[in-house]
Design a protein around this ligand. Structure first.
Ligand SMILES: *[C@@H]1O[C@H](CO)[C@@H](O)[C@H](O)[C@H]1NC(C)=O
Ligand SMILES: *[C@@H]1O[C@H](CO)[C@@H](O)[C@H](O)[C@H]1NC(C)=O
Ligand SMILES: *[C@@H]1O[C@H](CO)[C@@H](O)[C@H](O)[C@H]1NC(C)=O
Ligand SMILES: *[C@@H]1O[C@H](CO)[C@@H](O)[C@H](O)[C@H]1NC(C)=O
Length: 345
């Protein structure tokens, strides 16, 4: 298996020119190459492998040079420099959407489907850390996530269009004829459909709480206005405990790091009289635990990604319009295909 993979990797290197996998501002990707399966090539959600990687999606160079800035989040001793998020999800689709909220792909109405479209319920359950039966049933969810940002990459200029293009791209851009679908699609296959406008890396841990509709609606009403910071100890006992939720998911880390997940299992155990359970909300207001977690969450996953349409490289309005139109059509086709494949039975 390993050998086969290696040979395949070598073959890719020798037969494709100027194609590598780099998470860098300005690099182009073809989102159709792995539409529905992007979480296989971008480390965005818990994945059961021991190999260290962040981004495997093939990229191409479009611009001769891109002026971008990389900012590193400083570590402040004893402080957790991150975010606590809580999202209410009425159903499974909203849960997917919530998890992938910070990943945007221009022109896609449902960018999360580029990541989740290829999931069956078993894979979804494993990645989200919940029991399969709660993916299939008619449940509501609360996603709680603690995020530690490490690195932000963004362009220095917002005017990408004016940057000098790589020669091979420039000549194709010049010759592109509006009206020729084949040509536009070939262009996308060769160079890409989108470019990386910005990204944030780091790591996070998350837990999914599963509810029946009735209990969910009660919590939603009560907490909608207060948010996580307004959560009292009593709310915790009342709403996020095994006697109120149908199911408490396993705490997962975005990068799937086993050390981090083990830590959560050991340190985030909550005891209420004789009942013991594991809840990410134990971190809420606990400086000591948050500080430990701050060290554990490394630079291992993509937490935010903004892909913008490659139409910016066309200075000619007709060409730009044509590229956008073909891209939009292709996207609609993919969305329909995915929905047909995945309609819940
Ligand atoms: C991860 O992989 C290991 C070894 O292949 C397996 O034993 C384990 O059950 C897997 N865990 C999940 C959550 O899939
Ligand atoms: C998932 O839940 C079902 C029904 O509650 C239960 O029978 C099954 O053992 C659970 N599976 C796991 C892996 O916890
Ligand atoms: C459209 O583009 C393709 C591929 O570049 C080319 O082979 C074909 O001749 C073009 N068709 C027209 C009508 O220009
Ligand atoms: C998992 O996280 C721990 C703690 O941050 C780190 O030491 C380790 O290198 C990580 N493992 C992998 C495979 O990234």
């Amino acid at each position: 298996m390993m050998i086969k993979l290696l040979i395949y990797a070598l073959a890719l290197v020798s037969y494709t020119i100027a194609r590598e996998s780099q998470l860098r501002v300005g690099k182009a990707v073809n989102i159709f190459l792995r539409y529905g399966y992007l979480s296989k090539s971008m480390k965005v959600i818990s994945y059961n492998d021991t190999e260290r990687w962040l981004f495997k999606e093939p990229t191409t160079d479009i611009y001769q040079q891109v002026n971008s800035v990389t900012e590193t989040e400083q570590h402040n001793a004893g402080v957790f420099s991150g975010d606590f998020h809580m999202e209410f999800c009425d159903n499974r689709r909203q849960l997917y959407q919530a998890y992938f909220r910070d990943y945007t792909v221009e022109w896609l109405d449902k960018p999360w489907e580029a990541f989740t479209g290829g999931w069956d319920s078993e894979l979804a359950a494993r990645r989200l850390g919940i029991n399969n039966s709660y993916i299939k049933g008619d449940y509501s969810y609360i996603l709680v996530r603690v995020v530690r940002y490490r690195e932000v990459g963004k362009p220095q200029t917002t005017d990408f269009g004016s940057q000098p293009l790589v020669m091979s791209v420039r000549s194709k851009v010049r010759s592109m004829k509006p009206g020729n679908v084949t040509e536009a699609i070939k262009f996308m296959e060769r160079f890409g459909t989108h470019y990386i406008n910005s990204y944030t890396t780091g790591n996070s841990i998350y837990q999914v709480y599963v509810y029946n509709k009735q209990n969910y609606n009660i919590i939603k009403e009560r907490l909608k206005v207060k948010g996580v910071s307004g959560l009292s100890k009593l709310d915790l006992y009342n709403f996020f405990a095994p006697w109120y939720a149908e199911h408490l998911g396993t705490i997962r880390s975005a990068s799937g790091n086993a050390t981090v997940e083990d830590w959560a299992r050991k340190k985030l155990t909550y005891e209420y009289y004789v009942i013991k359970y594991i809840t990410i909300l134990k971190l809420q207001g606990n400086g000591r635990l948050l500080s430990s977690l701050d060290h554990l969450l490394g630079n291992e996953a993509i937490l935010q990604l903004d892909l913008k349409s490659l139409n910016v490289i066309f200075q000619n309005d007709e060409q730009k319009k044509w590229f956008t139109e073909v891209l939009d059509n292709q996207i609609k086709l993919w969305e329909v295909n995915m929905n047909q494949k995945n309609d819940p039975k």
